[in-house]
Design a protein around this ligand. Structure first.
Ligand code: M6R
Length: 359
């Protein structure tokens, strides 16, 4: 049941310190990543990694794909529903990774079946043991988030992103010119603090006040760059899905290529950043601010954007690879509180299903 919580969504958001600890448990040792179900050498011969997913899982896949790219492998992330229409050739050097919480999403199953038919190796990254994706793919890795009841994916997103980050390092172990070991060690070491950093966000968040202050607006915009871009897209999806308010996410630098025309004092802009270096996010947020938009900085304290922003949703200092996931927890809470203040049926938004088994 929901226990002390009004909604499953809030329960699941608050469960993240535990679910993330489960995701990580036993998988990082001495700066190395090991997955219980993947024997050494599983990825021998793989030259490129293709992610297929839908919705929130697509945003987690974007996160993972960027880390795979930074680790030195060729990679792409594709909307599963567009796979048939857009994909190029694959062969046995391609690893097609289906990222699907339920393991039952029709579009994702369809994409991974097509990839397998064309000769790719396949891997399911899923929450559900024995799901169709897990059974059909050559290999499976479990995100271990525990059951998620709310239609809005929250804890499963965080566990997917962490699992894919770990996968990127496991894959990097198999390619010669991958990320230097020292950098990898710092990232993996910082991961052990992630559950307690999420706890700190949950305890100190000002998302409820922020939701109150911004709710009477026309549209809600979310921007970010790099890993922050995928978090901005996820923040907007969550917001529209449960509040029924218009929300959109953009790559920070794209704002001036169209969306800026919509920016007014009625369009708060949430700027997600992961480290001190997110210059694009800062300049574009300031551009929107000069058109009257209230700016909310979402990220660590040590960032120049904090000084100019109208409000700040703060997250603990950590390795830039994990900061976006902490920012996302703030945005999950923002969406939750906004939807609650609007009296929406948070756990079961209209027109949506937990698992989309039709194409
Ligand atoms: O079960 P899946 O991860 O394959 O589901 C994919 C999407 O339908 C899902 O992530 C959806 O976007 C979320 N429920 C939105 O919160």
């Amino acid at each position: 049941g929901k226990g002390e919580y009004d909604h499953y969504m809030l329960k699941e958001i608050n469960n993240q310190p535990t679910s993330l600890a489960n995701t990580i448990e036993g998988r990082v040792e001495d700066g190395d990543v090991a997955f219980e179900d993947l024997s050494p050498g599983t990825f021998d011969g793989i030259e490129s990694v293709q992610f297929v997913a839908c919705g929130t899982s697509y945003h987690a896949a974007m996160y993972g794909s960027q880390l795979v790219r930074e680790a030195g492998l060729r990679t792409e992330v594709l909307r599963a529903s567009e796979y048939e229409a857009t994909t190029g050739p694959v062969d046995e050097t391609t690893l097609t990774v289906a990222v699907t919480q339920s393991g039952e999403t029709a579009d994702t199953l369809d994409a991974v079946r097509t990839a397998a038919d064309r000769g790719a190796r396949t891997l399911a990254v899923t929450n559900v043991v024995g799901s169709t994706a897990a059974r059909e793919a050559d290999d499976a890795v479990y995100i271990r988030a525990g059951p998620e009841v709310g239609v809005a994916a929250t804890k499963t997103y965080s566990s997917q992103a962490v699992t894919l980050a770990l996968l990127s390092q496991r894959l990097a172990g198999d390619v010669p010119d991958a990320t230097p070991a020292a950098d990898r060690a710092a990232m993996l070491e910082a991961l052990t603090d992630l559950p307690q950093h999420v706890e700190a966000v949950l305890e100190s968040t000002r998302a409820e006040t922020l939701a109150q202050d911004t709710l009477d607006s026309e549209s809600f915009f979310f921007i970010g760059s790099g890993l922050g871009h995928s978090v901005a897209l996820e923040g907007a999806l969550k917001f529209k899905e449960i509040t029924y308010e218009h929300a959109e996410g953009f790559a920070a630098g794209e704002l001036k290529h169209g969306p800026l025309a919509l920016v007014t004092e009625e369009t708060p802009l949430f700027a997600v950043y992961t480290s001190n270096g997110d210059e694009k996010t800062k300049t574009n947020a300031i551009e929107a601010q000069s058109r009257g938009a209230p700016i909310v900085a979402v990220g660590p304290d040590d960032n120049p954007l904090v000084d100019v922003a109208d409000a700040h949703l703060s997250v603990p200092e950590t390795h830039p690879v994990w900061a976006g996931l902490l920012a996302n927890v703030q945005l999950q809470l923002l969406s939750y509180h906004a939807a609650k203040q609007l009296g929406r049926p948070i756990d079961k938004p209209r027109n949506l299903a937990k698992s989309v088994t039709v194409e």
